[in-house]
Design a protein around this ligand. Structure first.
Ligand code: SAM
Length: 165
């Protein structure tokens, strides 16, 4: 498969998982956390799919399209390894959805980053809340992997539900 094909499939999988997650949390109160603003495409998609929902956005910098820059009071700028633990203290168990799109080309660094963030993400999600991620999360009884939408190949994207304690 060419890199172009692989890129397109990744984005199709991402969109399908975000649409599934948005549908599943429709009746679940709580904010959305977007980890990895990047160009702002998935932020823009989520705010379109979840109108009126507060979306807190995390990145180390703002490099998004000007139409997709979140309001200042919803932006948490800095390294996720610092901002997410602070968010866990600030927000508590409230998020209906966390979307993490934070992978780089370095698989080992991705694993280390996600392993460090995972316990805090579990703390921030409310029971029944969902986590959509470009990276697999380490196994924990707090998260159940959900079936992926049709046409999304296993491993291309990841969907989890936060279980009650
Ligand atoms: N979802 C975005 C979109 O649709 O445009 C693309 C996100 S891009 C693939 C990954 C983003 O994660 C980058 O903007 C990068 O700065 C951010 N990121 C990765 N590791 C990070 C870290 N440790 N702290 C803060 N931001 C990080």
């Amino acid at each position: 498969m060419s890199r172009l094909d692989s890129f397109i499939r990744r984005l199709q999988a991402q969109r399908a998982c975000l649409d599934r997650a948005a549908m599943l949390i429709r009746d679940l109160e709580g904010p959305v956390l977007e980890l990895g603003l990047g160009n702002g495409r998935t932020y823009d998609h989520l705010r379109e799919r979840l109108p009126g929902r507060t979306i807190f956005v995390f990145d180390r910098q703002i490099a998004a399209h000007p139409d997709s820059v979140p309001p200042d009071d919803c932006l948490l700028i800095g390294d996720l390894r610092e901002t997410i633990p602070l968010a866990a203290d600030r927000f508590g168990r409230c998020a209906a959805l966390i979307h993490a799109d934070i992978g780089s080309g370095d698989a080992a660094a991705n694993r280390t980053l996600v392993a460090g963030l995972a316990p805090y993400l579990v703390r921030i999600l409310r029971p029944g809340g969902l986590l959509a991620s470009d990276q697999p999360l380490p196994e924990t009884s707090a998260l159940t992997a959900l079936p992926l939408p049709r046409r999304v190949h296993a491993g291309r994207y990841h969907l989890y539900r936060r279980e009650p304690d």
